[in-house]
Design a protein around this ligand. Sequence first.
Ligand code: AMP
Length: 220
Amino acid sequence: MIPNSALLLFGPPGSGKGTQAVLLADALRLPRISTGDIFRQHVKDGTVLGREVQAIMQAGQLVSDELVNRIVESRLEQPDCAGGFILDGYPRTVPQAELLDRLLERLGKSRVVVNLLVDYNIIVGRITARRSCPVCGASYNLVSKPPQQDLVCDREGAGLVQREDDQEEVMRKRFEAYDLQTLPVLDFFREAGYRVVEVVGGNGAPEELTAAIRARLDEE
Ligand code: AMP
């Protein structure tokens, strides 16, 4: 992959974006910026921002562009992002993509988009089986990555929980938001001439998908 790049991970909720972002960040030694994680941390810490976004997240809707953009802008200016970074869950709307485009121009970063294509039925099965540890944040999947002991975190021994926005009704709303607000971002990337790498995900091991993505990124 070209050094000093912004790697943008793109795909519907439950496509494995978050998992791939973690694995790629590790392999490529790049910081991973997940706007969803940033918001969840604020909610957990009970900050002013956390209180502002909690209800929006619980309803499966998107936080305002103005707020997300402000957070991303200050994060990308931190010194650890100087050599490149991975964005997970941002941009999700065209106005976010426009701001990011200007920001990347200013920061002198080349852009690569990884678009994860995953069958809808696989996604629904995967999201409803997703659980996490309320103490350490480790993520599990009751089907593909179960804990050693039923519904208990391997590391902390705490009872696993389901993200409120992974429940079925909220999930439907998140898909609606994806189709309406986020899919047009792909057209924006293409029209702006970004390199878009499409990779088909599915039920395989996450590490296999990471290897496939890396191979595609190294192609040019
Ligand atoms: P995620 O973990 O990326 O699925 O994000 C969880 C939730 O955080 C989303 O459903 C939104 O409510 C909010 N969120 C995260 N990133 C963004 C973004 N770029 N724009 C608007 N809302 C966001």
